[in-house]
Design a protein around this ligand. Structure first.
Ligand SMILES: *Cc1c(COP(=O)(O)O)cnc(C)c1O
Length: 459
């Protein structure tokens, strides 16, 4: 019998209490936080969907590995466990540990970036873009058109527009393009997957022009599982093999292990190019640590090695993708518009469509995020006019191309009843959305305004 209920494929050994508050308390907390959810203490949050980064639960095996961590400065056993696991998965020779994804980006783009250069991608994640631009190079995104058609389902909205990429390469010349980055899954555009066919097409294009292709592989396992579910010819293929095939197409990769390595901190940079890896290790020693720990403790390396195996368990991935879909279906059931289909790590609500009575200058997505906290104690994050923060010369905020609220789901942390609760709160908001009011800025810095901006209810 194939049962239709897909259950969490784990039982719970350690628990911690949720932050239970009253609506009245939350009203005061929101005001004190200046309507910016980054200013709220996590203890005052009931369900925290701010991010899936570093917020997952480790397994008993990983906690066991923590006790076995070898804390030797050089040549620790835990490093070699980590190195051999990353090699087995990616097939690359040069494995460099880092404390998180952006450290790999800083090092890589210091080596290969610089003025007059372009990095091309399906879409750069924001820390990637920031590190490319900090080096003096320009970050160019080539997403497919379906990516912006939020209501219309498509299986691989994370794909790159290969024709547009080719046109750009011909225009600028391959010599000015040291790297192509494929982000799997495509975090910035809704956690949408990239197909194997698209990875192959981009690889072919890059090969033709002699441009190396790397994967930004924070969510490689979720991407591989989507290929199994949605791409012709992969239904019977083990997810590990699909993942290995993805890496085979690439010349290198970096990973924020805070996502699909199922740990709370860590990352790596991996490649075959000895010239680049030699330079990268010099920078690693300068800023992160010696080449066999890279800013991590031995126990962290041990936990990553175990997590990289656990994440390819197909029962885990089935639960992971199903639970995100379940939240998406629940919201659609209440008429809440989302990026459809939901991504791997979260559901993105289209606040522009949900709250048409709030003008972009009054931050509809931020208003919705605040309402979610006020009514339900749920923390989410705005991806819209406040985050992009473009202002005209009079200081008036310009509408961002999208106005989204991201509900990111931590790995192995919440159960279905937690998600049912989130859906119920959305049902209430959908029925009472006229009561949700916009916000005005009190003050906001020029750079990354969403982290520290202060707001107040609009008059
Ligand atoms: C999280 C993430 C990063 C940055 O990693 P950190 O560990 O947060 O520094 C880079 N790329 C992608 C796709 C990510 O999701």
């Amino acid at each position: 019998m194939e049962w239709k209920t897909i259950i969490e494929p784990f039982k719970i050994k350690t628990v911690e209490p949720l932050g239970i508050t009253t609506r009245e308390e939350r009203q005061a907390i929101l005001a004190a936080a200046h309507y910016n959810l980054f200013n709220i203490r996590a203890e005052k949050v009931l369900i925290d969907l701010l991010t899936d980064s570093g917020t997952g639960a480790m397994s008993a095996a990983q906690w066991g590995g923590i006790m076995n961590g070898d804390e030797s400065y050089a040549g620790a056993r835990s490093y070699y466990n980590f190195e051999s696991e990353v090699k087995r998965l990616t097939g690359f020779d040069e494995i460099i540990p880092v404390h998180q994804g952006r450290a790999a980006e800083k090092i890589l783009f210091t080596v290969i970036g610089g003025k007059g250069k372009y990095i091309i991608s399906n879409s750069h994640f924001d820390t990637t873009r920031a590190n490319v631009e900090f080096s003096g190079a320009q970050a160019m995104d080539f997403p497919v058109k379906e990516a912006m058609e939020f209501d219309k389902p498509a299986p691989f909205k994370g794909n790159a527009d290969v024709a547009a990429m080719e046109k750009f390469i011909k225009e600028k010349g391959a010599a000015s393009i040291p790297l192509c980055v494929m982000t799997v899954t495509n975090n910035s555009l809704g956690g949408q997957p990239v197909s194997m066919e698209n990875l192959k097409a981009v690889q072919n294009l890059c090969r033709k022009f002699g441009i190396p292709m790397f994967l930004d592989c924070a969510r490689f396992a979720e991407n591989a599982y989507f290929i199994k579910l949605r791409e012709k010819g992969y239904a019977q293929c083990p997810v590990r093999e699909i993942a290995e095939s993805m890496f085979e197409l690439a010349d290198g990769a970096w990973m924020s292990s805070k996502k699909d390595a199922l740990v709370n901190i860590g990352g790596f940079l991996a490649m075959n190019n000895r010239d680049w890896s030699g330079k990268a290790r010099q920078l690693l020693i300068l800023t992160e640590g010696f080449s066999t720990y890279g800013g991590l403790a031995g126990r962290d390396l041990e936990a990553i090695a175990i997590g990289l195996r656990e994440v390819l368990d197909e029962n885990y991935l089935q639960y992971r993708i199903r639970s995100t879909q379940y939240l998406g279906e629940g919201l659609l059931g209440h008429g809440v518009p989302i990026i459809n289909p939901p991504g791997g790590h979260g559901v993105y609500v289209n606040a522009k469509k949900f709250l048409p009575h709030i003008k972009p200058a009054n931050f509809p997505a931020q208003a919705l995020a605040c309402a979610l906290y006020l009514e339900g104690g749920i923390r989410s994050v705005e991806i819209g006019t406040l985050m992009f923060g473009k202002r005209d010369k009079d200081g008036v905020y310009q509408a961002a191309p999208m106005e989204l609220v991201r509900l990111a789901i931590p790995r192995r942390v919440y159960t279905q009843s937690h998600i049912d609760y989130v859906i119920e709160v959305f049902g209430y908001l959908a029925a009472n959305k006229k009561n949700i009011k916009g916000l005005d800025i009190v003050e906001a810095p020029a750079i990354l305004p969403h982290f520290t901006a202060k707001l107040k209810p609009a008059k």
